[in-house]
Design a protein around this ligand. Structure first.
Ligand SMILES: CSCCC(=O)C(=O)COP(=O)(O)O
Ligand code: ZN
Length: 208
């Protein structure tokens, strides 16, 4: 498990990476790294920070009740509820939440069935599925305004073998055992969302 200082640095590096891809527009998104298990503590971005230029003080150490450890004038991410619910369900070490046009489009296209299925695509290997013709179903949950309800909905929908949940017309939560794993999963999910949307368009035009 990392120290708070190490986790803080990881959160800042992850934010730099996601921001460089344009995945954290208009202060959206939140990122966290687990620091301890029992009791649960984790480093997470503060609410409203511009995640493309985080300073160390923009990353807070919180407990499972979302109380900041140590002095800070800042409030934790409004979506800390989702991070806590996922850390309590899984032993993951890092959780990343981003808003992108492609993950939003896919969440709308497949919202009614409650998941998007990706079958037989090479990049599902990056999500841990190496078997022939593997399929993954990424759950899609409503964008509940009540953030405790949103946290419960994401955690209930989350499956151990698919490290992501889409929130309709909002964004995606992706996680992994380590910050690098979470980042790889997020990159794969974003690639696959772009692919699924463009495949949908191409099929509509009859070009594939
Ligand atoms: C300005 S984006 C709306 C809130 C949101 O969805 C988000 O991801 C950022 O919220 P935070 O409190 O973590 O800054
Ligand atoms: Zn969000």
């Amino acid at each position: 498990m990392p120290t708070f200082h190490e986790a803080q640095t990881s959160v800042m590096e992850l934010a730099q990476f996601a921001a460089s891809r344009g995945w954290l527009p208009a202060t959206s998104g939140n990122l966290s790294v687990r620091v301890s298990d029992q009791p649960l503590t984790f480093a997470i971005t503060r609410s409203g920070a511009d995640k493309s230029r985080l300073q160390p003080e923009d990353v807070l150490l919180l407990d499972a009740d979302m109380r900041a450890q140590g002095d800070t004038p800042y409030k934790p991410s409004a979506e800390t509820t989702v991070h806590v619910a996922l850390y309590q369900k899984f032993e993951c070490g890092s959780i990343l939440h981003v808003h992108t046009v492609y993950n939003n489009l896919v969440s709308e296209l497949y919202a009614e069935q409650g998941f998007v299925e990706i079958r037989g695509h090479e990049l599902v290997k990056a999500l841990g599925h190496w078997e022939e013709g593997a399929a993954v179903r990424i759950p899609i949950v409503p964008n509940w305004a009540d953030l405790h309800r949103l946290g419960s909905a994401v955690a209930e929908a989350a499956q151990a073998d698919v490290p992501a949940v889409l929130v309709r017309a909002h964004g995606v939560y992706a996680w992994g055992d380590t910050p690098d794993d979470a980042r790889r999963h997020l990159e794969a999910i974003e690639f696959l969302c772009e692919y699924m949307y463009k495949l949908h368009l191409a099929r509509g035009r009859g070009t594939v």
